[in-house]
Ligand binder design. Structure first.
Ligand code: HEM
Ligand code: HEM
Length: 188
């Protein structure tokens, strides 16, 4: 690897690693926050605060996702360590599904939040306007897509995490280790 920031065909660099783990923890946190906030009573102190925070973090995650996709385009892809071709295809499909679901969740979240013409304040730093005309029905559909997208996403995350642990403990390869930033010496 030329440096420790960019990927090589053998290793993940620090930019990909930091994006992976910071987004993974924020996304899981957002799932539980979303689930919690839709059950809040109107008089609860978090009734307004939780959605405002959820939306601001959600937009931030959307921007990080765009950055991550753009970063991937300019990078080498670490080659999968599976020997079985079917497992390699499965892993690839799993990664693509995770990206697509992240995209669907962010876009549907935006469409729920802006369905009544309101924009989104992102931590008082900048403001994302509502781009489309008010439409409560579109908001309803976006809400359903957001809910279903999130459930599918969590199933995929669990399968993905289980696959990583399978690699580490059963197949005993360096798949997980190289996503943790440990220099493995795999060079291809
Ligand atoms: C980025 C990752 C995100 C995750 C993991 C996530 C997760 C969730 C979950 C689990 C719910 C509860 C769904 C339900 O039980 O019906 C929810 C609701 C909601 N989310 Fe997100 N969300 C994300 C991004 C966003 C974004 C970017 C926005 C807006 C800009 C947003 C706006 C909302 C709103 C307004 C609700 C309430 C929906 C309702 O009242 O039916 N979310 N979210
Ligand atoms: C919300 C949670 C997560 C998401 C969205 C996610 C997403 C991804 C994506 C898209 C990749 C492909 C590489 C890239 O483009 O960055 C990847 C790779 C990886 N992830 Fe995750 N991940 C999550 C959680 C986890 C967890 C909990 C683990 C471990 C238990 C894990 C372990 C790995 C490993 C080891 C790789 C490298 C796979 C390889 O080299 O083929 N991820 N992840």
């Amino acid at each position: 690897m030329a440096n420790r920031f960019t990927n090589s065909t053998g290793q993940y660099g620090w930019v990909s690693i930091i994006l992976h783990w910071s987004m993974a923890s924020a996304l899981v946190g957002m799932y539980f926050l979303g689930d919690y906030m839709v059950g809040l009573d109107y008089y609860h102190v978090w009734y307004h605060r939780a959605p405002a925070f959820h939306k601001a973090v959600g937009i931030t995650l959307g921007l990080l996702l765009a950055l991550r996709i753009a970063w991937n385009f300019g990078q080498a892809r670490p080659v999968p360590l599976d020997k079985d071709r079917r497992l390699r295809i499965l892993a690839k499909l799993g990664h693509v599904a995770l990206y697509l679901l992240m995209l669907v969740i962010v876009l549907s979240g935006y469409l729920i939040s802006t369905a009544k013409g309101q924009g989104i304040d992102v931590f008082g730093l900048f403001f994302i306007p509502a781009l489309f005309p008010d439409n409560a029905a579109r908001g309803e559909i976006a809400g359903q897509v957001h809910g279903i997208g999130n459930s599918l996403f969590m199933v995929m995350v669990l399968l993905h995490g289980a696959a990583a642990l399978l690699h580490h403990f059963i197949l005993k390869d360096l798949t997980l280790v190289r996503m943790l930033g440990v220099k493995t010496g795999i060079s291809k």
